[in-house]
Design a protein around this ligand. Structure first.
Ligand code: 13P
Ligand code: SF4
Length: 319
C-alpha cells in the first residue's frame, strides 16, 4: 500500500541520516526483512546477526528480532547504540531461565562445562563457558565431548536432547522450551507426510523429538533456507516459525512450502507457528525508534564483559 511505501522510504532515509543499519531475523514481518536487505543491512539467523552487527561500521544497529538478539549485539559492540522496535519482545526460552536459579543449577554441578543457547539473558550468558546458536551448537558440543567434557546445557530441552543424541555427550539439561516450536506434532506430521510423500521435511531443532525424528534436514533458520534452495525436491514441509516462508519462497520461487501441523490452528492458538514476540516488530515502531532514539538496549558492563567471553568462544570456533 501507499502508506507502507512511505513508511519504508522514511525509515530508509532515517537509517542513512543516523548512520544506522537494520539487522533483522527471518521470523519478523516480511516488510522489515525486505527493508533490511534493501538498505544494506542483513536478514539472517541469530549467529549471522551477531557477526554482522559486530563487524558493521555503523554507529547504530537497529535489531528487528527479540531481546536476546539486541543484547548480544550490545555485548559485542558496547560502543554502538542498539535500538529495538519493542523492548518487550522477548523469548519463552529467555523467560524460562531465571539467572538466579540458573546460577544455583551451575553451582550444584561445578564439574560440568556450561553451554547455553543464544536465546538467554546477558546474565545467563555471563555464567556460561560457551554460548551457542542452533547453527553451531552440535559441532561445539561434539568438540567438547571429544575433549572428555561433561556438559550442563540450558535452556532448550529439545535442542539439548537432539544434540545429546547426535553426539553421545554427557549432558545435563535445563527443562526450557520454545512455545512456538513446542507446538509442532509428530503424529500429525507423519499423517501430512503420507499425503505428500515426495515432500522433504525441514525442522528447527527447538522442535520436539518426535518431529525431529521425521526430518530430512535439522538446522538453524539459515541452514533450513539453504536446504530449501539446494535440495532436489519440489515440496517441503517446514517445522519452524512461518515468518521463514518469505525468504524460502524467494530462495526457491518454484517450490512449494507447507507449514508443519501444530496442536491448534491459527484461530485457536495465537503462538502456533508464529512467535508473538517476533511479531511485535513492525514498520511503525521501527520508524518511531529511529525518530526518537527510544528503546535503547542496555547491558550492565560487568555482565556484558563476562557474557562476551562465552559469545566470543563460539564466534572464534565458527570463524
Ligand atoms: P536461529 O539461530 O536458527 O535463527 O534461531 C533463533 C530462534 O529464536 C529460533 O526460534
Ligand atoms: Fe524464542 Fe521461540 Fe520466539 Fe525463537 S520462536 S524467539 S525460540 S519464543
Amino acid at each position: 500500500s501507499d502508506e507502507k511505501v512511505q513508511l519504508k522510504k522514511k525509515i530508509a532515509d532515517l537509517l542513512k541520516e543516523k548512520q544506522a543499519v537494520l539487522v533483522a531475523h527471518y521470523y519478523v514481518d516480511s516488510d522489515l526483512q525486505d527493508l533490511a536487505e534493501e538498505t544494506g543491512g542483513c536478514v539472517s539467523d541469530s549467529l549471522e546477526m551477531a557477526r554482522f552487527g559486530r563487524d558493521h561500521a555503523a554507529k547504530t544497529l537497529v535489531v528487528a528480532g527479540v531481546k536476546f538478539m539486541g543484547e548480544t549485539a550490545k555485548i559485542l559492540s558496547p560502543e554502538k547504540t542498539i535500538l529495538m522496535p519493542d523492548l518487550d519482545a522477548t523469548c519463552s526460552l529467555d523467560l524460562g531461565c531465571d539467572p538466579v536459579e540458573f546460577a544455583a543449577f551451575c553451582d550444584a554441578h561445578p564439574d560440568r562445562t556450561v553451554v547455553v543457547y543464544a536465546n538467554t539473558s546477558a546474565a545467563v550468558k555471563a555464567r556460561a563457558d560457551w554460548m551457542v546458536t542452533s547453527s553451531v551448537g552440535l559441532d561445539i558440543v561434539a568438540h567438547l565431548h571429544a575433549l572428555g567434557k561433561k556438559i550442563l546445557w540450558a535452556p532448550d530441552k529439545h535442542l539439548g536432547s537432539y544434540i545429546q543424541m547426535q553426539t553421545g555427550a554427557d549432558m545435563l539439561l535445563w527443562q526450557g522450551s520454545c512455545l512456538v516450536h513446542d507446538e509442532f506434532k509428530g503424529i500429525e506430521l507423519e499423517i501430512l507426510k503420507e499425503s505428500h510423500p515426495a515432500a522433504k521435511i525441514l525442522v528447527h531443532p527447538e522442535s520436539p523429538a518426535a518431529v525431529v525424528a521425521l526430518a530430512d534436514v535439522v538446522g538453524s533458520t539459515s541452514q533450513l533456507i539453504n536446504a530449501a534452495r539446494s535440495m532436489d525436491a519440489q515440496e517441503f514441509i517446514v517445522a519452524t516459525d512461518n515468518g521463514i516462508l518469505h525468504k524460502m519462497q524467494m530462495a526457491a520461487p518454484n517450490k512449494k512450502f507447507i507449514v508443519a501441523p501444530t496442536a491448534g490452528n491459527s484461530a485457536t492458538c495465537k503462538s502456533c507457528a508464529h512467535c508473538p514476540w517476533m511479531a511485535m516488530n513492525g514498520l511503525r515502531n521501527l520508524l518511531q525508534v529511529l525518530e526518537t532514539g527510544e528503546n535503547q538496549i542496555q547491558v550492565d558492563p560487568d555482565i556484558g564483559r563476562k557474557a562476551k567471553l562465552s559469545i566470543d568462544r563460539m564466534l572464534d570456533f565458527a570463524a
